[in-house]
Ligand binder design. Sequence first.
Ligand code: MG
Length: 152
Amino acid sequence: MRVGIGNDIHRLAEGRNLIIGGVKIPSDKGEVAHSDGDVLIHAIIDAILGATALGDIGALFPDTDEANRGRSSTEMLESVLKLADARIVNIDTIVELEKPKLRNHIDSIRESIAECMGIDKCQISVKAKTAEGIGAIGQVEAIKATAIVLID
Ligand code: MG
């Protein structure tokens, strides 16, 4: 078995879509990014690449490449899964976001990731935290995600 860790942070701005785990969440602000800015999927991608020692998301999908502009992160995850050719045991994640509250969206985010990865919903955990008003996340200027994956 092998374990991998990944994280990601994106700025938030008004007029952008907030995409988390492939799910569009109703929000005044969304991620600023070259791709669709899905921090959770980006963290999962880096965790898989970490477990397989295949590099990182920036090397595979450089933001200097126009082909990656607005690119769907779930599509990037699908291609990383093919590259890694590993069986996912489980994934645990944390999303740090001040607002909106994600509690009512957790299940659909888990379902979305499970479907994208071809795994069971019980293999993917998503936990949401706020930052108690502290720092860039607390001031609703940024969203951060961390993921850890076990493969065999
Ligand atoms: Mg990113």
